[in-house]
Ligand binder design. Sequence first.
Ligand code: GRF
Length: 208
Amino acid sequence: MSKKRIAVLVSGSGTNLQAIINQIDRGRIDAEITLVVSDKVNAYGLVRAKNQNIPTYLLHEDVLKDDYNQKLLDKLQSEKIDLVVLAGYLKILPAKIIEHYRNRIINIHPSLIPSFCGKGYYGLKVHEAAIEYGVKVSGATVHFVDEIADHGPIILQKSLEVTNEDDPQSLQKKVLEIEYEILPETIRLFCEDRIQVEGRRVIIKQEE
Ligand code: GRF
């Protein structure tokens, strides 16, 4: 079987992208990142991609305004992408792309969905909300992307304890460590064809 071709979409520093690259380099994931897309010209994720000789695609302002939908879909199709990974990508994906890549787009979110997710919950805001609410447990979620923000079927979640000493910054740091585990792990499972979607429920098949 040929290696799956992955596109990673970023808007920022791309530490999750780096975690995926590292796991591929270690031979843990049998796949290739063949494209890194960004909507931000100064996203450090683009530098990480270039350092690895991964082709990049920048969604310029005019593309985002006029033809975002078709241009990005064309690019993903011409690159024969099997899996789209949203790793800190802050733009809402066009419905046409979600439809075309149903159950082949995953997103990492830094909370235990369905808490602290959806519109307006990004970056530090997620962790500020969690601390303010007083939760004792938080974590990260990888899910398939559907038409509603942070709503599609949940693939993997991992939790951690929120302590009295935590502030939004420390919580963000701890949650990122979990993200670096469960995002590459999800990609590994996807590449091994071990993820099965039944309605909202995701079944992880045992290793053969
Ligand atoms: C992560 O916390 C991710 O969960 C969220 O955006 C952040 C991206 O961080 N969607 P990075 O760009 O991977 O460093």
